[in-house]
Design a protein. Structure first.
Length: 114
């Protein structure tokens, strides 16, 4: 299997996975709540169009702010969906639940919405 990491040691260390802090997870739950609110108002869309907010724009902003990749943020959002689904709560459309969530996600979701 071929590595997706750079052969350059400096770049490779920057690409290394780092765990999510409890604060980051809670902050991402806040973004999820913001998306839910926009979705409920009919203002959340896949692309920025008249009167709508783009999910990609929100995710990219969060990722850039915290030095995360878009993919890692989206995967964590899908973990939040899984925890919310377990509690019978509404989900953000487009973030299908991923069952392989960590205890940090379940704890944050239960604390905020459980």
């Amino acid at each position: 299997m071929r590595s997706t990491h750079s052969p350059d040691p400096k770049k490779r260390s920057a690409q290394a996975r780092t765990g999510w802090s409890p604060e980051e997870t809670l902050s991402l739950c806040g973004l999820y709540a913001q998306m839910l609110g926009l979705q409920d108002q009919g203002l959340l869309g896949p692309k920025k169009s008249a009167g709508q907010v783009s999910k990609a724009q929100l995710v990219n902003g969060f990722a850039a702010e915290r030095g995360r990749t878009k993919g890692s943020v989206e995967a964590k959002l899908m973990n939040i969906s899984a925890a919310r689904q377990d509690l019978g709560l509404p989900l953000v459309i487009g973030y299908k639940p991923l069952a392989n969530m960590g205890a940090d996600v379940r704890e944050a979701v239960t604390t905020l919405w459980g």
